[in-house]
Design a protein around this ligand. Sequence first.
Ligand code: GLN
Length: 485
Amino acid sequence: MFDKTLAELAQGLERGDFSSTELTQAYLQRINALDSQYNSFITVTEEQALAQAKAADEARATGNTGALCGLPIAHKDLFCTQGVRTSSASKMLDNFISPYDATIVSRLKNAGTVTLGKLNMDEFAMGSSNESSFYGPVRNPWGTDRVPGGSSGGSAAAVAARLTPAATGSDTGGSIRQPAALCGITGLKPTYGRVSRYGMIAFASSLDQAGPMARTAEDCAMVLNAMAGFDPMDSTSAERDSEDYTAGLNQPLAGLKIGLPKEYFSAALDAGVAEQVRNAVAEFEKLGASVKEVSLPNTELCIPAYYILAPAEASSNLSRFDGVRYGYRCENPVDLEDLYKRSRGEGFGTEVKRRIMVGAYALSAGYYDAYYNKAQQIRRMIQQDFVAVLNDVDVIMGPTTPQTAFKLGEKSSDPVSMYMEDIFTLSLNLAGLPGISIPCGQTNGLPVGLQIIGNYFAESKLLNVAHQFQQATDWHKQTPAGLEV
Ligand code: GLN
């Protein structure tokens, strides 16, 4: 049962092979038995899950159900969940019980999903290895001495270990796609504005976007159907009609034009990863696509630009955590300044403090023009590079990450080498474009991710292109060695 995709589980519920209550109980037992190996959950919401499953079974008995009714899901712990701790994996919010649901949480609840719990992540979504969590690192099911990627590392590990059939994630610079690649699952970062950010704890508001993570593109399409859509509560939410992302999944790829950016296949790319990506592209050619080399000349500049802009926005967003309104408060403050300083000093971890300091510096008088403004100009150049290429090809393909899952501790003392992890992903956030990572091969027994990039609001096309590949190959069906399913 645990090897079934969300779509297969939906059919099982429909046929009456099992009830949502049975399904939910089975997943809860599995989380209980196995998650000590991965640490992918921060909170398991057993009681609530069983109540939701019961309600879903009752709804099904009346015939009044949608595609997701009764299916389990788990949320990254930066989506507010009413009555349940929402920590963003920070000591700062360890005691925070959200009084309301994020829009995507309520949309998925309304669709009848069963929430198994809240998933581990890098603190405030800052990181690429899930090692900055207050609740300890997450371990990769493909090798528990390895990182699952980050910041949605708990989401990716939980799906890969079959502890949940689907999860939500957020992506500010790669946090859905990079962990999806390192854990051998599928993850989609939608176009900026496609999915509401209301109730998602902000990291860098001009880059943040929520999206689905699951084993297949088809499953991601099912989850995105419930997540996406205009939300008046998010002023950056796009006023567009909802789409049915599962409806477009059976388009043949004959005539598809694929661009391969020459900058993505540079010396920094692991040879095994490059080989697997090239094999995957060859598979697309067999499916009828044509391939040409393209150029994204400012690729190298995306890391310096992002690491000015994201910390700048973070330093502003995180100023709300002051020890007064919510979250952690230090013991026995002597005055107001002491309260602020010690609450923030004790509540935030090292990486978060580093970002706040870099961001405050970049925004300060005298440095603003040299850093922040310059980074904004580079952001525009990066966006224009993509627009030019996407005028000429339908999708851009390349590796999601420069290498496969690395060992715990390998990069944690060297922030710059950690930041390099996102070289292929964060340019999409700077440009606001959608991208999907799918498992496309293995090297040294570890999964390799292929990133497919599309034009604004081309989620349907990306999901179809990924789905066609998954119909023709079985990389998405691979299971970590030793994992019982
Ligand atoms: N790894 C990147 C960072 O640390 C991106 C994180 C994210 O997408 N939330 O900022």
